[in-house]
Write a protein that binds this ligand. Sequence first.
Ligand code: ADP
Ligand code: MG
Ligand code: ZN
Length: 613
Amino acid sequence: MNLEQAELALKNWFGYDHFRPLQWDVINAIYQGNDALVLMPTGGGKSICFQIPAITMDGMTLVISPLISLMKDQVESLKANGIAAAFINSSQSITEQAEVEQKVLSNDIKLLYVSPEKLVSGSFMPLLRACKLRLLAIDEAHCISSWGHDFRPEYTQLKFLRSEFPDVPFIALTATADKLTREDIKAQLGITEAKTFLSSFDRPNFTMEVRQGIKKIPQIVSYAKSRNDESGIVYCISRKATESLAESLKAAGLSADFYHAGMKVEDRDRVQEDFINDRLQIVCATIAFGMGIDKSNVRYVIHHNLPQSIENYYQEIGRAGRDGLAADTILFYSLNDVATYHFLFEKDQVGDPSEKSLKYTKLERMLEYAQSMLCRRKILLNYFSEDYPGNCGKCDICKNPPKFFDATIETQKALSAVARTNQRVGIGLLIDILRGSNKKEIIVKKYHQIKTYGAGGDLSAFDWKFLIQQMIQLGVFEIAYHSGNQLRIGTLGKEILTGKQRINLARPTELIQKIKEQKTKGGSKSKSKTKAVLSAIDVDLFQKLRSLRRHIAKAAGVPPYVVFSDASLQEMSQQRPVTKPEFSLISGVGEKKLEKYGPAFMGVIREYVAATA
Ligand code: ADP
Ligand code: MG
Ligand code: ZN
């Protein structure tokens, strides 16, 4: 099997013209009979690495996958492409399982998906020994390592497989890159000689933006409205926050719901199903949401709170834009979140001290990311030991590079106010004092009588927050996390207060300006931006194709993206294919889908072309 033949199979079965970087290298290694460890980011295209060998080799490929919902989606997607795939797990009746087993024995299945629990159950191994096993794929392989963050005890049972099938190539796949986990996966699976394929973790289709965590709800509402009826996830720090945010979004007329581990299984399943099937647009969720979701058209991921680590953050934003189309990620951060984590880490009695200190370190790195004035993509990739030359041009810092100014006066005002309250205020109250607020707390504590009260009325609360956060980063202030986040004057602060030092800070940029504009204009700015992108591909036709897709998917009982991805529909609305040869050129159109869906989609396109000609 050479590259040309493999690419032909890729086009025939999946409708894609070319392999993505590393896919062919992995596939080739498998053809040569090697074991492989594949590290690619979420959405990088790991599945193709074992699916192409599975389809083109004789015999069967076994895929071990930790989540039943994922399994079902993947099998449905394969079937939609005419590939003989099936799964066996505990969600099926005995009869259903027996039917699949029969097909396996008669050599009618190319790809069999199974959960680790099922694999180690007594009845399964005889079946596996009886069939012609050619390849074994372990998806989400980091679950085998207790170093990783999704450790699953059942996965450790996979150890016996290597000795059971010494001649079958193994391929382990994961999006968790760190070196410790990597080595552990190989050791645990007994594939120490496996070739490692490490792809870039960059996701060039993402934008990245960090915003101040104040007035978050109006910002989220305005953003979500600007994205019309597209899918998005908003991650929140607590269960309660997911519920109240979903409530606010619904009140603003948006299609939103919440998801967290405290809900009944049926409710969780319903929310997840509605989201996957495009019946629900926004899910406000804790980190419990997402692992079982392969939905390719999530157009944005918002973090309502700071994530606990960069690993978590990257995995969560990774759920956006799996189809490779543009996707936005927005992170709101506030030092309150840091305090919440400190509280949670301290409360957690079980963890050993080194684990606790690791948590603090990871949180610290996350905070540094949020506060950084450098290209965000550069910092993220750097964190995963990847060098990113130059700047990305797509993050907020690249789009609005910070401009520094002499902020000595502003800093002195803030310092003086803090000193005059005997260092008993946090950021919020400090801003209120500086801006001369009439809040009850100010009056009760007599802060309206101190000299700096109202001395900073020329700046907005947004601007002040932006400046104070930088002051904290630089050591003007320290935060007493254990006494209500009060600000304490740091060493640098003392020098500035006494006039021995001056200080430069990044000027509150157009970013702040933009947020303000969005607030007054109700998000008109970003709205026009999405429209501009869409008009190039004909929004009306795109919507018509989407509605056809929804119809077909509903009738077949599969999620819409199993029929065609957003990327395919966009290309159709641009290229307007009306003949079979034209239609087959669209990315994502393989032989099966050409035959099955081509006529209906071309029908809509023809009608549209005729009506608008
Ligand atoms: P991962 O498992 O790495 O998160 P998937 O295997 O689910 O990613 O692939 C993500 C998306 O990319 C899927 O929609 C898949 O069909 C698509 N894809 C994979 N390989 C290619 C390719 N060579 N060309 C175009 N699209 C691809
Ligand atoms: Mg995958
Ligand atoms: Zn950048």
